[in-house]
Design a protein around this ligand. Structure first.
Ligand code: C2G
Length: 130
C-alpha cells in the first residue's frame, strides 16, 4: 500500500483545494491530510482562519479521496508526521516548490501546479465587497 501525505489550511474550501487533494490521492492508495491548527495560523499569519480547525477537518474528512485527517500543530513537524503515518509520498502545491526537498531522504516529494485564479484571500475580498 502506497501512502500519500499532504498539508494545508483548507480555509473557505474551494475548487483549488479539491483538485490538489484529488491529484494527491491519485499518487497512491491512501491519502492522509494534515489540516493546520488554528493556533499555527495565528502564529504564522497573524489571524485565525474563517472556519475553525474542527470545521475545516469536518469538510476535508467528508471528501471521497481522503482517508485520514489529523491536526498539523507545527510546520516544523513534517518529518515526524511523514514517519508516523509511514508516508511514501509528500505532495504540495507548487507555491511550496523546493521548500520540502529536505524530506526526499524520507519519502518521494511531488509538487503539483496550483489551480490558477482561485484563493482563500481572493474569496474573502470578493465576499467582503458584495
Ligand atoms: N492550492 C492549489 N490551488 C489553489 C490554492 C491552493 O493547488 N488555487 C493548494 C496549495 O498549493 C496547498 C493546498 O492547496 O497544497 C492547501 O492550500 P492552503 O490551504 O493555502 O494551505 P497552506 O497555507 O499553503 O498550507 O504545511 C503547510 C501548511 O499547512 C500551510
Amino acid at each position: 500500500e502506497r501512502t500519500v501525505i499532504t498539508f494545508g489550511t483548507f480555509d473557505v474550501f474551494h475548487v483549488g483545494h479539491v483538485r490538489i487533494l484529488e491529484r494527491a490521492a491519485s499518487l497512491g492508495d491512501r491519502l492522509v491530510v494534515g489540516v493546520s491548527a488554528d493556533a499555527l495560523n495565528v502564529r504564522k499569519k497573524g489571524r485565525a482562519p474563517v472556519f475553525s480547525q474542527e470545521e475545516r477537518i469536518e469538510i476535508v474528512s467528508a471528501l471521497r479521496c481522503v482517508d485520514e485527517v489529523f491536526v498539523e500543530e507545527s510546520l516544523e513537524l513534517k518529518g515526524d508526521y511523514i514517519r508516523k503515518f509511514e508516508a511514501d509520498v509528500l505532495t504540495m502545491g507548487d507555491d511550496w516548490k523546493g521548500r520540502f526537498d529536505e524530506f526526499s531522504s524520507l519519502c518521494e516529494v511531488v509538487y503539483f501546479p496550483r489551480t490558477p485564479s482561485v484563493s482563500t484571500t481572493a474569496l474573502i475580498e470578493h465576499i467582503a465587497s458584495i
